[in-house]
Each structure stands twice: as C-alpha cells, then as structure tokens.
Design a protein around this ligand. Structure first.
Ligand code: FES
Length: 189
C-alpha cells in the first residue's frame, strides 16, 4: 500500500529590501568593516615593541658588568646612545637620565668640583644625582638597571625608587639599562 505523502513545510518568503533598507545595511556593514580593520591594525601595531634594543627608548645592553662598570673612584661614564650617565656610588650603580630636570638642557660632569653642573641656569647635582642648588625642582631622574645571566634572565633589578643598586658579586652578569623606564628624582623643599 502506497504511503500518503505529507505536505512540505512552507518556506517563509522575505519581502524584498527597499532601497533605503539596503543603503542602511550597506552603511552599517561598512562601519563594521572600518572598526574591525582599525582595531585589528592597532592591535597588530602595538603588539610589537616601539623601540629596538640598543636605541634610546629601548633596552641598552652594555656587556659584562666586570668590563663596563666604573669603579667607585671613577668619574661617571656617559652613554650617548642611551642618554644616561652610569655612576658607581660606593659599590652601588646608578643610571642617571642625562637631561636636566629644570628645562631640559644637557648637564655635564665636572671633575674639578666632582659634581654634575647644568650650563643653562646653574643647577648642580651630586654624583648620585641628588639636587644641590639651582632652579631644578628635584634630583636627577634615573633609569632602570638590570643584571641578567647568560640566558638573559634578570637576577637583579633597580628598585622602584631608583636608589643606587648594589653591584652583584658575579662580574660575568650582563648589565642592561632600560631607557624607556624613567624614575623621577625626589623633589626638594
Ligand atoms: S635647564 Fe638645567 S638649570 Fe635650567
């Protein structure tokens, strides 16, 4: 006996889009496209480091601590690429941003007076960057120092206040200066 055929379910028929609806949908789709492309592009851009290793704004590798660090009696060493002075304060190391905190001139180390002096308006600072006199509002700014092992793993890092950092006894550790991390000097009076 032949089976009775069941009726096919009715397929709903969409009414045709009006010109106005079509244009609204097209507008929304183009906005979504612009958002996705813009957001994706920005995410892609910011997923890369902004500065390369070895240039100001990035990390400056200096080499083995035993080879590059000044001795406590040495004058501070200037690093032009990284824009900092490296100073040894009684066995602790400090990286001072080489821009005067008054109006941005480049201060210099003066061996005769044994301090940093700014040629623009006369601000003076001790070897550890502490404010002495002049119109500067604070002590010199510092950068973050890290000592890393042969695998690039940090074993010692500048503390958040940027106080001079005790030099580890292992002179084979490499020293790196992060010139993108500036720690503001302490204000005075
Ligand atoms: S910029 Fe250094 S004292 Fe004014």
């Amino acid at each position: 006996m032949a089976e009775a055929k069941t009726a096919e379910p009715a397929i709903p028929v969409m009414p045709p889009l009006t010109r106005r609806e079509f244009l609204n949908y097209a507008w929304l789709a183009s906005l979504g496209f612009v958002f996705v492309v813009g957001f994706g592009g920005a995410t892609f851009f910011f997923s890369f480091p902004r500065f390369k290793v070895g240039e100001f704004g990035g990390v400056i590798p200096l080499g083995k601590a035993g080879d590059v660090l000044p001795k406590p009696t040495d004058p501070p060493l200037h690093n032009a690429e990284g824009k900092f002075w490296l100073a040894n304060i009684n066995g602790a190391v400090l990286a001072l941003y080489d821009v005067c905190v008054h109006l941005g001139c480049l201060y210099q180390w003066q061996p005769v007076s044994g301090r940093f002096e700014c040629p623009c308006h006369g601000s003076k600072y001790q070897k550890d960057g502490t404010y002495i006199e002049g119109p500067a509002p604070r002590s010199l700014d510092r950068m973050v120092i890290s000592f890393v092992d042969a695998n690039g793993k940090p074993v010692a890092l500048t503390d958040p206040k940027g106080v001079p950092m005790q030099i580890p006894s292992d002179t084979n550790l490499n020293i790196e200066i992060d010139t993108g991390k500036i720690i503001q000097g302490t204000g005075h009076g």
